[in-house]
Write a protein that binds this ligand. Structure first.
Ligand SMILES: Cc1ncc(COP(=O)(O)O)c(C=O)c1O
Length: 411
C-alpha cells in the first residue's frame, strides 16, 4: 500500500465533480456546474483574434513565457484594473492558471498547518479544498443578504485571534449564495478588520455580471476603496467573462505576497498557458470584453428571472431562496431538518440535478440548503427543471413530517 503524505491525506475529491458527473447525463436538466453554457462562448471573437495574430505573436503563443505573465497581457490587464479603480502602485500583478491557482498560491505562501482561515458559510468549494490541502483549520461565518455577519465575525476574530491567518470572501454575486455585499457591510467590515493581523483574500470572478447597470456600483472591490485596513489580495478570472477553458486568472496584491506567489508558481507550472494569454491580451486590448459583457448580462438576467418565477410558483412555503442581482447562482434553504442529499436523490430520479449544501460548508456538515446554477441551462428547460426540484423538496419535507407525526404518536 502506498503511504500518502499528510497533505494528500487531507485532500478530498470534490463533491461538485462527483455530482456533476451524475448530472452530465443529457436527459437530466442540470443546475449543477458553475459554468457558462457552451452556446454562450464568444467563438467568433476567438476566431477573429486568432486569425489576426501576427507571426511573432503566434510564435510567442507556443513558447514558454515569464512566470508572472505574458507582458502584453499584464499591460492590458493593468489598464482594465486601473479603470475598475484598483490601485497598482505598491502592488504586483501575477497572471495565474485560473483564479483557483491564485487562491491556492496565496494559501500556500501564507498558511501553515493548524492555522485558521475564516471563510463565509456557505463558501466556494474550490477555495475550501485548497485551504484544507495545506492543513488549515477553517471557521465558517454565516452570510445574510448583505454579506458576512459582522457580529459573528468579530467573535471569531476575538476568540481565536492568535491562530487567524486569512479571511477569504467572495463578495460580488457570491458562489454559491448569489448575494452581493452592501456598501455599508463592506465599509463596516473594513473598519472591523483595522489593525487585525490577517490578510483579506477578495475573490471576484463574477463582479462584471450584474444584471442592471444601476448595480454596477455594488461591485466596486474593497481593494479599490482606498481604505486598505489590512493587506488585500484581490483575485479575478477570465473564466466567466471569456471562457474557463483558457484557465486564466490573476492576483493583485502587496508586492511581498505576490513575489512569493510567483516563486511558488515557478515550481507549480512555470507559467500559465501562453496561447491563452496571447488571446486574452488581444481580447482586452482590441476592446472585445465590453461588447461580450453587454451580450451576456441580459442573458443571465433572463435566466435568473425564469428560475425565480418558477421557484415562486412551485416551491412550498417553508422554503426560502436568495434573489441574485448578478452572477450565476441561487441558494435555496429548506427547514433545518431537511437533508438536501435526499432531495438530490429524489430529484435525479425525476430528471433534475443541483449541488447539495454540505459541499459549501467549511465543516461539511450543514445540509439543509442547495445551490442552483442558472448559467448553463437552456432557458426553455429551466421551469421544468425547477418544478422537478420543487416536487422532490415537497416529497422529502412530506416524508419528514410523516416521520415526526409517527414518532409523536408512538411517544
Ligand atoms: C468564487 C470562485 N472563485 C474562483 C473560481 C475559480 O475560477 P477559475 O476557473 O478562474 O479557476 C470560481 C469558479 O467557479 C469561483 O466560483
Amino acid at each position: 500500500m502506498v503511504e500518502f503524505s499528510e497533505c494528500a491525506k487531507a485532500m478530498r475529491g470534490s463533491e461538485i465533480r462527483r455530482l456533476m458527473k451524475l448530472g452530465s447525463d443529457p436527459s437530466i436538466i442540470s443546475f449543477s456546474g458553475g459554468m457558462p453554457a457552451n452556446s454562450l462562448f464568444p467563438i467568433d471573437v476567438l476566431d477573429e483574434l486568432y486569425n489576426n495574430l501576427t507571426k511573432e505573436s503566434r510564435q510567442a503563443a507556443l513558447q514558454y513565457g515569464p512566470t508572472n505573465g505574458y507582458p502584453p497581457l499584464l499591460e492590458a490587464l493593468k489598464e482594465y484594473l486601473k479603470n475598475k479603480g484598483l490601485p497598482l502602485e505598491g502592488q504586483d500583478l501575477l497572471i495565474t492558471t485560473g483564479a483557483q491557482q491564485a487562491i491556492n498560491l496565496v494559501a500556500k505562501v501564507l498558511v501553515d498547518p493548524g492555522e485558521l482561515i475564516i471563510t463565509e458559510y456557505p463558501s466556494f468549494i474550490g477555495a475550501l479544498a485548497a485551504f484544507k490541502s495545506y492543513g488549515a483549520n477553517l471557521a465558517g461565518v454565516p452570510l445574510d443578504n448583505e454579506g458576512i455577519n459582522l457580529d459573528q465575525l468579530e467573535q471569531v476574530l476575538t476568540s481565536r485571534a492568535s491562530q487567524i491567518k486569512m479571511l477569504y470572501l467572495s463578495p460580488y454575486f457570491h458562489n454559491p449564495a448569489g448575494i452581493v455585499y452592501s456598501p455599508k457591510r463592506k465599509n463596516d467590515l473594513l473598519g472591523l478588520l483595522k489593525g487585525k493581523n490577517l490578510v483579506l483574500l477578495e475573490d471576484d470572478p463574477y463582479g462584471e455580471l450584474y444584471f442592471n447597470e444601476a448595480d454596477k456600483k455594488l461591485t466596486v472591490p474593497m481593494k479599490a476603496s482606498g481604505n486598505e485596513t489590512v493587506p488585500i489580495c484581490y483575485v479575478g478570472s477570465f473564466a466567466k467573462i471569456f471562457g474557463p477553458g483558457l484557465r486564466l486568472g490573476w492576483l493583485l496584491g502587496p508586492k511581498d505576497i505576490v513575489e512569493k506567489c510567483e516563486i511558488a508558481k515557478q515550481s507549480a507550472d512555470a507559467c500559465s498557458t501562453t496561447l491563452s494569454q496571447v488571446l486574452a491580451a488581444e481580447y482586452l486590448s482590441k476592446g472585445k470584453l465590453g461588447p461580450y459583457l453587454d451580450y451576456l448580462r441580459p442573458v443571465y438576467a433572463r435566466r435568473a428571472g425564469i428560475m425565480l418565477d418558477a421557484l415562486e410558483k412551485h416551491m412550498p412555503e417553508n422554503v426560502t431562496w436568495t434573489k441574485p442581482r448578478g452572477g450565476f447562482y441561487i441558494w435555496v434553504t429548506m427547514p433545518q431538518d431537511i437533508d438536501s442529499s435526499r432531495v438530490f436523490e429524489e430529484s435525479i430520479k425525476r430528471g433534475a440535478a443541483f449541488v447539495i449544501g454540505s459541499a459549501f460548508d467549511p465543516h461539511g456538515s450543514r445540509n439543509n440548503s442547495f445551490r442552483l446554477a442558472f448559467s448553463h441551462t437552456p432557458e426553455e428547460r429551466i421551469s421544468e427543471g425547477i418544478q422537478i426540484v420543487a416536487e422532490s423538496v415537497k416529497k422529502v419535507i412530506g416524508q419528514s413530517i410523516n416521520k415526526s407525526e409517527l414518532s409523536t404518536a408512538l411517544n
